[in-house]
Design a protein around this ligand. Structure first.
Ligand code: FO1
Length: 323
C-alpha cells in the first residue's frame, strides 16, 4: 500500500436504486479526486424515440439531491401530464407511445438532452459529465461503456425479454433462467478509474443485472480482482430492500437469499461485506469474505452518509491488514 489509508482512492460500481442512495453518501464524505462512480448502463433502452439511461439518472438525481427518495428513481415533485397525454395516443400508437414506463415531465428534459447529444455524435461519457455539471454535481459519473450494453432476460418459459420489459412492463413476474449480458468495450475513463483505485466498492445492487454487466466488460474483472473489494449487501435479513433480487437468487442459484449467496456469486472477489447486524452474527465464522455489521438500511442522506463512513472504515482496516 503506497498511499496513506486516509487518502485511499475508491472506484464504486453502482446500479439500481440502492446504488444511487449510497452514492449520495459517498459523495458527501469523499472529495471528487478520491471517488470514481462507475454506473451500469445495461438497463438503458430506447423509449418514445429517446435513449433512456435509468441507472445513470438515478445516481445523478440522488447525488444532486433531486431524487424522489421514496420511489428511488425520477425527480421529486415531477409531473406526469405528458405521460397522460401519451396514454391518450397509446391505443393508436402502442409501440410509439407506451405508458407503462412512467417518465415525468422534468425527467424528460434529461432524456431529450441526452438523446439530442447522442444523435449529434457525442459520447455518453461526455454527455453524462455535462449533465452532472448542469445539475451541480462535483463528482464524475462514468457510464460503464459508451456503447449500448443491453441485457436480456431469458425466462424459465423460454422467452427472451428486454430488461425493462421484464422488470417494469411485466413487473419481474417471470422467473429467470438466465441473464444474457452484452460485452462492449468499457470506456477508457472506466479502465483508468479502476487502474487508479486503491479499493473497489460494490454498491448494494442486484449482482445479476446491475454489477455483472460492469464486471463482464473486457478488462474490468481483472482490474477489480487485483484490488481489495468492499461490498454492501443488497440482501438484508433474507430480503431485498427493493426489486426482485431474492427471487432471482432462488431461481438462478437454487438457494435462499443471503449476503453469502450474493458474495459467492461474485466468485471470491469480495474481501469484506457490510451486512445487517443479525446477518453479521450468523456469518461471523466466514473467512473467504469478512461480513461486518453495518447500518445498511439507508432511506435518506444521513443514513447513506453514515454507511459511507462505515464502508470507508472497513476499506481502511482491510488495507492496514487489520481485517
Ligand atoms: N421503474 C419502475 O418500476 N416503473 C417505472 O415506471 C419506472 C420509470 C422510470 C423512469 C425513469 C427512470 O430513470 C427509471 C424508472 N424506473 C422505473 C426504474 C428503472 O426501471 C430502473 O431500471 C430500475 O431502477 C432498476 O435499475
Amino acid at each position: 500500500m503506497t498511499r496513506e489509508v486516509t487518502e485511499l482512492r475508491f472506484a464504486y460500481l453502482s446500479g439500481g436504486v440502492g446504488g444511487a442512495r449510497l452514492a449520495r453518501g459517498l459523495c458527501a464524505v469523499l472529495p471528487p479526486e478520491r471517488l470514481s462512480i462507475i454506473v451500469n448502463t445495461a438497463d438503458d433502452f430506447r423509449h418514445w424515440g429517446l435513449w433512456i439511461s435509468p441507472d445513470l439518472d438515478s445516481v445523478m438525481y440522488s447525488v444532486a439531491g433531486l431524487s424522489d427518495e421514496a420511489r428511488g428513481w425520477g425527480l421529486l415533485d415531477d409531473r406526469f401530464d405528458t405521460l397522460a397525454a401519451m396514454a391518450r395516443l397509446e391505443p393508436e400508437f402502442p409501440d410509439e407511445a407506451p405508458s407503462w414506463f412512467q417518465l415525468g415531465g422534468r425527467d424528460l428534459a434529461t432524456h431529450l438532452t441526452r438523446s439530442a447529444a447522442l444523435t449529434s455524435g457525442q459520447r455518453l461519457t461526455e454527455i453524462t459529465l455535462r449533465l452532472g455539471r448542469a445539475l451541480g454535481l462535483r463528482h464524475a459519473l462514468l457510464p460503464m461503456s459508451d456503447e449500448p450494453a443491453p441485457s436480456f432476460i431469458h425466462t424459465k418459459t423460454g422467452e427472451r425479454l428486454t430488461f425493462q420489459d421484464w422488470l417494469v412492463k411485466r413487473r419481474a413476474a417471470d422467473p429467470v433462467a438466465r441473464v444474457e449480458l452484452s460485452r462492449p468495450m468499457p470506456s477508457a475513463e472506466v479502465l483508468q478509474a479502476l487502474s487508479q483505485a486503491d479499493v473497489v466498492l460494490f454498491a448494494p445492487s442486484n449482482p445479476y443485472v446491475s454489477l455483472d454487466p460492469i464486471l463482464a466488460l473486457p478488462g474490468v474483472r481483472e482490474r477489480v480482482a487485483a484490488r481489495p473489494v468492499v461490498a454492501v449487501s443488497p440482501i438484508l435479513a433474507g430480503a431485498a430492500v427493493k426489486g426482485p433480487l431474492a427471487e432471482m437468487i432462488r431461481d438462478l442459484e437454487g438457494v435462499a437469499a443471503s449476503p453469502r449467496a450474493v458474495c459467492e456469486h461474485y466468485g471470491g472477489l469480495v474481501s469484506a461485506c457490510l451486512v445487517e447486524p443479525e446477518d453479521a452474527a450468523q456469518l461471523a465464522e466466514e473467512r473467504a469474505t469478512r461480513y461486518l455489521a453495518g447500518d445498511t438500511r439507508i432511506p435518506g442522506l444521513s443514513e447513506a452518509t453514515r454507511l459511507a463512513r462505515q464502508v470507508i472504515e472497513a476499506a481502511e482496516r482491510l488495507c492496514e491488514g487489520a481485517l
